[in-house]
Write a protein that binds this ligand. Structure first.
Ligand code: URA
Length: 246
């Protein structure tokens, strides 16, 4: 497909404006700037405008779920527990009045007892890329822990603690609220290791009573009610597609 047609199909600009973008050297294909108006792009080419990868407005679907506690993130469960895909399926059928439910993949995993922001998408390639360990997308959690964190605990959590024989990357930690011997603590990490937040608090002698993910990169859980799903906005989808190229 000719590059101006491709840029237009991505919803970035009209074909005429796309020609201007190319002529101005603002368009790159697979990392190299192209200025030839007749440039052809094919499947698999990565086209960027002003450094941001653009994508065809495809049939891929992207959602945010506020995962409740008491369900698993895997596609099926040997103990027959409710899965996030069960929740998606019910929601999709009701919302779209159809029994044809698209196959979605969760981006990352939240434990059975962790609640909060989980991305679901039909775009399996993007899901895999976002979950790749090289991707240091920040994730913010609110943990209810006991007993209180000391300033040394906070310094250790922020500097990295050893879990499963490997030190965690730097994190930020902020105590939000203290009630009795418990605290609500906001922690931002940039890895997605197995049960990472629980293990980090365990490493400094704390018990996590409740855990909620409130943010993944630029995506915020906001006031999406527990157990509810909403489609991501175009802005959020663009963010995710570009989060991978950083
Ligand atoms: N860290 C945890 O311990 N659990 C989660 O579900 C996510 C991050």
């Amino acid at each position: 497909m000719r590059i101006n047609k491709y840029i237009a199909a991505c919803g970035v600009a009209s074909r005429r404006k796309a020609d201007e973008l190319v002529a101005q050297g603002r368009v790159a294909v697979n990392g190299s700037v192209v200025t030839e108006l007749g440039t052809e792009v094919s499947d698999g080419d990565k086209v960027a405008v002003d450094g941001k990868i653009i994508a065809l407005q495809s049939a891929e679907l992207y959602f945010m779920l506020n995962k409740p506690q008491g369900c698993v993130t895997t596609a099926s469960d040997d103990r027959d527990r409710q899965t996030v895909l069960d929740i998606f399926s019910v929601w999709y059928k009701n919302t779209n009045k159809t029994s044809n439910v698209p196959r979605v993949f969760p981006v990352g995993r939240l434990d059975y007892n962790t609640q909060g922001l989980l991305i679901l998408t039909t775009d399996g390639d993007l899901a895999n890329l976002l979950m790749h360990p090289k991707n240091h997308i920040e994730k913010t959690y609110i943990a209810k822990v006991r007993p209180h964190l000391t300033s040394e605990d906070i310094a250790r959590l922020e500097g990295g603690v050893v879990i499963d024989n490997e030190k965690t990357l730097p994190a930020t930690v902020k105590v939000l609220k203290t009630v009795g011997n418990k605290q609500n603590v906001q922690i931002t990490i940039c890895q997605g290791r197995n049960r990472q937040v629980r293990k980090m608090f365990e490493a400094v002698g704390k018990v996590v009573e409740k855990l909620e993910r409130t943010r993944v990169g630029a995506l915020e859980l906001g006031n999406l009610p527990r157990g509810q799903i909403r489609p991501l906005t175009e802005k959020e989808i663009t963010y995710l597609k570009n989060a991978n190229s950083k």
